[in-house]
Each structure stands twice: as structure tokens, then as C-alpha cells.
Design a binder for this molecule. Structure first.
Ligand code: PRE
Length: 332
């Protein structure tokens, strides 16, 4: 006891200082702990929220909107429709908002691949989960009971102009005006309300924007658009039971490696479903190969092939896996 007293007298200030620091850190820790707890609680609540956001091209009445009603609206509970102004906005929002999905058109039997989407996908963090094919019947629409020969300006998205090229060719007077979607076109002509303007859009859109259908089915033959559903979560599982896999392979230009990759796929009996080639003129000219192929091997064999591709390329990116089980497709 005596010894402790001497110690206390000698080091009194050190003791006080030591306990003060201890108290200070304890308070700081308590504050941080509370803060962390609140953030964790918020995260838990946010992640538990069952709402699924679906981002797609708007406004109301677009073909993307019709595809959403047909394939998604009643199939997935608690889904919320979020209509966007253009494809880029759809991708950025889906990348950054929790539990969200993007519905995008990717190709059409008449107009071919939609390159704007391919180029956006190459630089995005999204994964393709599923695809849907939808028949598209374009109509010529006007806000008045109109004579086609009076129309001077025809509004629509760039894709329908290509899909209706045979019909448009017959009317040399027509000036084509590009809009972000067919529904934007319908909205514009309903506001202008003139004999000189018309739009290419859907039957449903005509009802929505009070337009007259001047001609039905003006598209070239058998017009089908493929839509894809994407998410910001990599949903790959260990069972590797995917029917199709989609890869993006990046090369430096002018090195003939693309041919080697195709030969490699061929040697391993890989059935390529779709192949797209894009060139990017950034600081280094780069080539990108988009390959959608049938998955007919196990993960070990697939990894060996991947390693070979890796040696021939700058980088590889997985951007999609379609499940075999179509009916019980789960989003999350
Ligand atoms: O403009 C629309 O209504 C869309 O949903 C876009 C889009 C497309 O870009 O392909 C979708 C389906 C049809 O092929 C025409 C237009």
C-alpha cells in the first residue's frame, strides 16, 4: 500500500493523463459504434426491401414499355416501372441503384443489331440474365384523319425507320425526324396536331396519345425485336448450368488474334450463337469481340479454354449467363 502511494504521488499526472486518454478513446469508439449500427440497420432495411426497379425506355407506350407489360409486370412481385429518356440513362441507373434491372432492345430481324446497345454494354457493369422475342407491328399514326400524301414530317425512333424502309421508300416527300423512342414521337405529333406530321408507333401508343391509325403493319416482313434483361449483380453460380454464356474479348488492333480465337472456339466444338465485332478509336485503337455461345462443357474444361483466350487478348469480361430452367427463372 505504502509503495502504491509513493508511486501515485510520483506519477500522479501520468495517471490522470492516461485515464483521460482512455476516456477520450472510449467516447470516440462509442460514437463510431452507434454510427456503424445505424448504417448497418439502414443497409439491412434497404437490402430487405423487396421492391425491384425496372428501368426502360419511355415515355409510356414505347415498345419497351409493351415488352415490360408482357414479360415482367405480372410475373415478378413488387416491381416498379421506371421510364427513362434514353438507353444510357437506363444503364447508368441500373448500375447504381440496388435491386434494379434494365430492359433493352438488342436486335431486330429487319434492322439487325442495335449497335448503340452493344457499345454501351461493353463499358457497363451489367450482366445479361434473359432474353425475350417480341413481334413488333408498326403503324403509321396521325393526330388527324389524314391523307398520307399530306404528311411532310415523319417522327420515330431510328430503328422503326429501318424496320419500315420498304414502306417509307414509296413516299419520297417524307422527311424523317429521329426521336429517342416511338412514344416520344407519338407524344410530339399529338401536341403539334397538324396534317403535315405523322409518327411510326404502336397500336397501344395510338390509344394512349389519341392518334388515328392511318396504316397498320407498315414494317418490312416478319418484324421481331429481341429484348434483354440485365442486372447489376453477377449471379453466376457454381453449378455452371447456363445454356448460353456471353463474353466480351478486347484486343489491340491489327494483330489478327480474332481469327485465332474463332479457330479456338471451333476446335473445341463451341457453338457460337452470336458474334459482334466493334472497333473503338480511343487513345489506342482497340477491337472488341462480343461472343454469345452455347455452354456444352463443365467449368474445368471451360477454364482451360478461357486461359488460352486470355493469352491472346487484353482482357475478357463476362457479361451474361442464361439459365437452362426458363420457367422458374429467379431474379434475385
Ligand atoms: O422506341 C421504342 O418504342 C422502343 O422501345 C425502342 C425500340 C428499339 O430501339 O428497337 C424497341 C423495339 C422496336 O424495335 C422499336 C424501337
Amino acid at each position: 500500500m505504502f509503495f502504491l502511494k509513493i508511486l501515485y504521488k510520483k506519477f500522479k499526472y501520468y495517471f490522470i493523463y492516461f485515464f483521460y486518454i482512455l476516456y477520450f478513446y472510449f467516447k470516440k469508439y462509442k460514437k463510431n459504434y452507434k454510427k456503424k449500427n445505424i448504417v448497418n440497420k439502414f443497409k439491412k432495411k434497404y437490402n430487405k426491401s423487396k421492391i425491384l426497379n425496372f428501368f426502360l425506355l419511355g415515355p409510356k407506350g414505347s415498345y419497351s414499355n409493351i415488352a415490360y407489360i408482357k414479360y415482367i409486370k405480372n410475373k415478378y412481385k413488387n416491381n416498379v416501372l421506371k421510364l427513362c429518356y434514353n438507353f444510357k440513362e437506363i444503364i447508368i441507373k441500373t448500375e447504381n441503384i440496388n435491386k434494379s434491372f434494365a430492359l433493352l432492345p438488342i436486335e431486330n430481324t429487319n434492322s439487325g443489331s442495335i449497335y448503340e446497345i452493344y457499345d454501351l454494354l461493353i463499358n457497363s457493369k451489367l450482366y445479361i440474365l434473359k432474353e425475350f422475342n417480341m413481334k413488333i407491328n408498326h403503324c403509321l399514326l396521325s393526330s388527324k384523319k389524314n391523307n398520307i400524301n399530306k404528311i411532310i414530317f415523319l417522327y420515330s425512333h431510328s430503328q422503326p425507320f429501318q424496320q419500315c424502309s420498304n414502306f417509307i421508300k414509296k413516299f419520297s416527300k417524307l422527311n424523317l425526324i429521329n426521336t429517342n423512342s416511338t412514344s416520344t414521337a407519338m407524344k410530339i405529333i399529338s401536341k403539334i396536331n397538324s396534317f403535315s406530321v405523322a409518327a411510326i408507333g404502336s397500336k397501344n401508343g395510338a390509344k394512349l396519345y389519341n392518334l388515328f391509325i392511318l396504316r397498320k403493319n407498315i414494317n418490312n416482313y416478319n418484324n421481331i425485336t429481341k429484348f434483354i434483361l440485365l442486372s447489376n449483380k453477377n449471379l453466376i453460380t457454381k453449378n455452371f448450368d447456363y445454356k448460353f454464356i456471353i463474353l466480351i474479348i478486347n484486343f489491340n488492333k491489327n494483330n489478327n488474334k480474332i481469327i485465332n480465337i474463332i479457330i479456338l472456339f471451333n476446335k473445341n466444338n463451341i457453338i457460337i450463337n452470336k458474334l459482334e465485332y466493334r472497333i473503338f478509336k480511343n487513345f489506342k485503337s482497340q477491337e472488341v469481340l462480343y461472343i454469345n455461345f452455347k455452354n456444352n462443357f463443365n467449368f474445368i474444361k471451360f477454364k482451360k479454354i478461357l486461359d488460352k483466350i486470355k493469352k491472346k487478348s487484353n482482357y475478357i469480361k463476362f457479361i451474361g449467363y442464361y439459365k437452362i430452367n426458363k420457367k422458374n427463372f429467379k431474379l434475385l
